[in-house]
Write a protein that binds this ligand. Structure first.
Ligand code: RTP
Length: 155
């Protein structure tokens, strides 16, 4: 099948403070690169409380909301925009279940995380939220639509 005929979506992936502090940035980025997705945005960022609250606003009534906001703002995160065919469900498959106890080995959380409250990475749950979250976390000009040159590395 011709890939260009398929719908390309974008998703917001974020390495949470525990992932950064444990030195898992390269490992996590690698998994998305090796899968074949295209990186279109990347930055290290100290998230202000207001942004964390906006990002997780659907969870604001949950008992764990204050500790979730404290966790996400406890140190820098790595914000990423990625694109590809079927990327939203595919990225969530690579990430694994929210609770690392339920996450299969081979997934990021299954291999690298222990607790729900320290589950190292976030991935958007729908293409609409992918767009919303990329707009929320990135400023204009920080997300780049690019096309690779054809095999320039051996010319
Ligand atoms: P994420 O948004 O981070 O990709 O996670 P998710 O969709 O897998 O899970 P969601 O239900 O949206 O929860 C967002 C994040 O909140 C924290 N959480 N803590 N019971 C708890 O203590 C609890 N439940 C959720 C996790 O960090 C989860 O990823």
């Amino acid at each position: 099948l011709v890939a260009s005929m398929k719908q390309v979506d974008e998703t917001y992936i974020m390495i949470k403070p525990d992932g950064v502090q444990r030195g898992l940035v390269g490992e996590i980025i690698s998994r998305f690169e090796r899968k074949g997705f295209k990186l279109t945005g990347l930055k290290l960022f100290q998230c202000p409380k207001e942004l964390a609250e906006e990002h997780y606003k659907d969870l604001s009534s949950k008992p764990f909301f204050p500790s979730l906001i404290e966790y996400i703002t406890s140190g820098p995160v790595v914000c990423m925009a990625w694109e590809g065919v079927g990327i939203v469900p595919s990225a969530r498959k690579l990430i694994g279940a929210t609770n690392p106890l339920q996450a299969e080995p081979g997934t990021i959380r299954g291999d690298l995380a222990v607790q729900t409250g320290r589950n190292v990475v976030h991935g958007s749950d729908s293409p609409e939220n992918g767009k919303r979250e990329i707009d929320l976390w990135f400023n204009e000009g920080e997300v780049i639509q690019w096309t690779p040159a054809q095999a320039p590395w051996f010319r």
